[in-house]
Ligand binder design. Sequence first.
Ligand code: OGA
Ligand code: MN
Length: 280
Amino acid sequence: MPEPVLEVIPTGAALGAEVRRVDLARELPDAVMASIRQAFDRHAVLRFRDQRLTVEQLLAFGRRLGPLDPTEPGAYGGRHDLARYPDLMIVSNVVEDGVAVGALGDGELKWHSDMSNWRVPPWATMLYAVEVPEQGGDTSFASMYAALAELTTAQRARISGRNAWSDGTLDARGKPIPNPVSAEHPLIARHPFSGRDLLYPGRRWNGYVVGMPRAESNVLLDELWALATEPRFVWTQSWRRGDLILWDNLATLHQRSTFDPHARRVLWRLQLTGRPIPEA
Ligand code: OGA
Ligand code: MN
């Protein structure tokens, strides 16, 4: 049977595309993987709908894109369920027999990129929806390629050659992370995979511009974060069961909206290993 031709349909927003006519449960031909990779470099967020994947199939698809980061048990405050899969993380609010089956619970997640508090943050993150609420718990993404392009000359001059400190003591809900690590990265960075320049603000809470007086840094970062998350740079994913979202974790920020804490939300998650982030 001939391979179906993959379709890539841009969202029309500043980032994101839906990829159709591909069954991620199958071992995809190299040519299809190359098309996915090309679409990913271009659109930074890809959505694949109506998938039916086992954990093994999800991990196999992830590994076709590159090496996976092992999950740090407890790094997100959650229990590493399915512990025989060290590269898998569960994002969930479900509590069974008094034990959280996953991490990140319920509630809003503030705008952030994943693990920018690591020396080498992941290049990409994947979430696959196993169970999702009828409404709420949407995940929004903002393009940091677009944000950089929209900085004023003055804003660019102020952050050029500067690093932002990403603090690892709190997660995106404001909850403490055990054994925190922190790191700093260039605010104007060159994407180590796509080669394109981007704004890389990392994590806002407790963050600052290295070497700048704190009050000045706070004002500047608030201004940059407000700009970076303006609706014109954003696309929002409303989850359906069977959705898989692959996002470029360096080229985007993301946020989660609130949802009914009594509704079940379970997503499987993996991270693709990054490379050090050079200055642009
Ligand atoms: C994450 C994350 C968003 C969500 O897994 O890194 O930010 O919608 N999740 O749960
Ligand atoms: Mn995240």
